[in-house]
Design a protein around this ligand. Structure first.
Ligand SMILES: [Zn+2]
Length: 127
């Protein structure tokens, strides 16, 4: 290896270290706390409202609920997730629960789990 190559290997090594340090420092992510709250509560309300527990109905309840709620994005350090969520839970749970309950009623009255068998719709999964 020539001196020049040794030098460039050293530079490359120290750049990699710097990049790794920067990535560790920026160990953050974003989260829609509304989505986290709805996903957290959905199963309980689906069960107590007597909604069909199949995956399609569960997803319908969650999607319908989230459509009615404002999204609320926060930036999180990886370690923050759980304590942050409880703060927002106190703030938004009344709104989240009322939207969850009305979504449960809609899906219960109009389940879409087998409509593919009845008639094809404009929006469908590609198979
Ligand atoms: Zn169902």
């Amino acid at each position: 290896m020539t001196n020049e190559n040794v030098l460039s290997e050293q530079i490359k090594g120290s750049l990699e270290q710097e990049l790794q340090a920067a990535a560790a420092e920026a160990d953050v992510s974003y989260l829609n706390v509304m989505q986290a709250l709805v996903e957290d509560k959905a199963d309980k309300y689906i069960r107590s409202a007597g909604v069909c527990p199949c995956p399609r109905c569960r997803i319908d309840v969650i999607a319908l609920t989230l459509s009615k709620l404002p999204s609320k994005y926060v930036v999180l350090q990886q370690a923050d997730t759980v304590p942050m969520l409880s703060v927002y839970e106190n703030r938004y749970s009344a709104n989240v629960l009322s939207q969850l309950m009305s979504a449960c009623e809609v899906v219960k009255q109009h389940p879409r789990h087998n409509e593919d068998d009845e008639k094809p719709r404009g929006v469908a999964f590609v198979r």
